[in-house]
Design a protein around this ligand. Structure first.
Ligand code: BG6
Length: 326
């Protein structure tokens, strides 16, 4: 069964690179740690190819991971960045959010080259291939390559490349999300810019379609919405922390916004009762228009996260300028 942890195949690119190290994490699970010389870091568990930590140069954690997260298969880790593949949520016959987040990935020893040759060496390539067990529940052969990169300014880039390797000539279709849990000071003080006036499907109302009002999104109760055809840039403004997260995405037209609020938080065994106050999920996703790949075809979906200090509360930062890349 694929829940047994295989020994990681360690690529020369990892062993010879001081900024990329493999070590044991919680419960002895293998994790890869990326570090840059200024002090930023990223941690990614091979279990789920799950990013569990992203720290800025001051050592401040930027992602939320629940204090009750269970680092033990088959449960997915609560927090960080779970990968939802090949199914988002319960939009299909598989377990919620698919199985990629609770499989053991390996370090990819020989990833196909990236079209853009970057001089940045602080990255790791992870690989998931369909097993015979997986084929019983999702009868398709695939190769899923994930590159996790820590950029020179402390940005976190995730690039997924998914290839149909079906030998029988059959296409397959999937939905996908980077289920990012951002750490925020106080959910009631946070605003999201970039989703105003868009249509969304409300997961709390049988996925009925509504149109968002013109204002930035703020939070005062449970929210679980799939925003459709979203711009490539979304910003989370954290008034109290004086920090703005900027999410840039490519190949992922939707964006899920999720906060369980108090009642749902209490119903989740791996989530603290009050922790909803300190997290917000914004998930770059491909949901409304599922991706179909013919054999030999590859899809690419990319998310880039940056955290910039904002003096928003003193009125110096116009959130619209953040969205425009100013
Ligand atoms: C979000 C969904 O993406 O993930 C929510 O929109 C869901 O409906 C949430 O509750 C958490 O899912 P899970 O499977 O990790 O508990």
């Amino acid at each position: 069964m694929s829940s047994a942890a295989p020994s990681p195949v360690v690529a020369p690119a990892v062993t010879e690179n001081p900024t990329v190290q493999i070590c044991r994490g919680i419960n002895g699970l293998d994790k890869v740690v990326l570090r840059d010389f200024r002090g930023s870091s990223v941690e990614v568990y091979l279990y789920g190819a799950h990013v569990t930590s992203w720290k800025n140069e001051h050592g401040e954690e930027l992602l939320f991971v629940s204090s009750k997260a269970i680092f033990k298969p088959p449960k997915a880790i609560r927090g960080g960045i779970p990968i939802c593949f090949p199914q988002f949520s319960n939009l299909g016959p598989l377990e919620a959010h698919g199985f990629a987040r609770n499989r053991f990935w390996s370090v990819d020893p020989s990833p196909p080259p990236f079209p853009v040759n970057s001089s940045n060496k602080t990255y790791v390539d992870l690989l998931l291939k369909s097993t015979e067990e997986d084929m019983k529940i999702w009868p398709h052969s695939f190769e899923f390559r994930l590159r996790v990169t820590l950029g020179p300014a402390g940005d976190l880039m995730l690039t997924s490349r998914i290839r149909n390797t079906n030998p029988d000539g059959k296409p397959f279709t999937f939905t996908f999300a980077y289920h990012t849990y951002f750490s925020v000071s106080d959910i009631s003080e946070v605003r999201v810019e970039g989703l105003e006036t868009l249509d969304y499907l409300d997961n709390l109302q049988n996925r009925q379609r509504f149109t968002e009002q013109g204002d930035a999104i703020t939070f005062e109760s449970e929210v679980d919405k799939i925003y459709l055809s979203t711009p490539t840039k979304i910003a989370i403004l954290d008034h109290e922390k004086k920090r703005t997260f900027v999410i840039r995405k490519d190949g992922l037209s939707d964006a899920v916004v999720w906060n369980p609020w108090d009642k749902k938080a209490k119903s989740m065994a791996d989530f603290g009762d009050d922790e909803y106050k300190h997290m917000l999920c914004i998930e770059a996703a491909a949901i409304e228009k599922p991706i179909t790949l013919k054999p030999g075809e590859e899809w690419k979906g990319r998310q880039e996260l940056s955290a910039v200090p904002s003096s928003y509360c003193s009125g110096q930062l116009d959130p619209r300028r953040v969205l425009q890349g100013a």
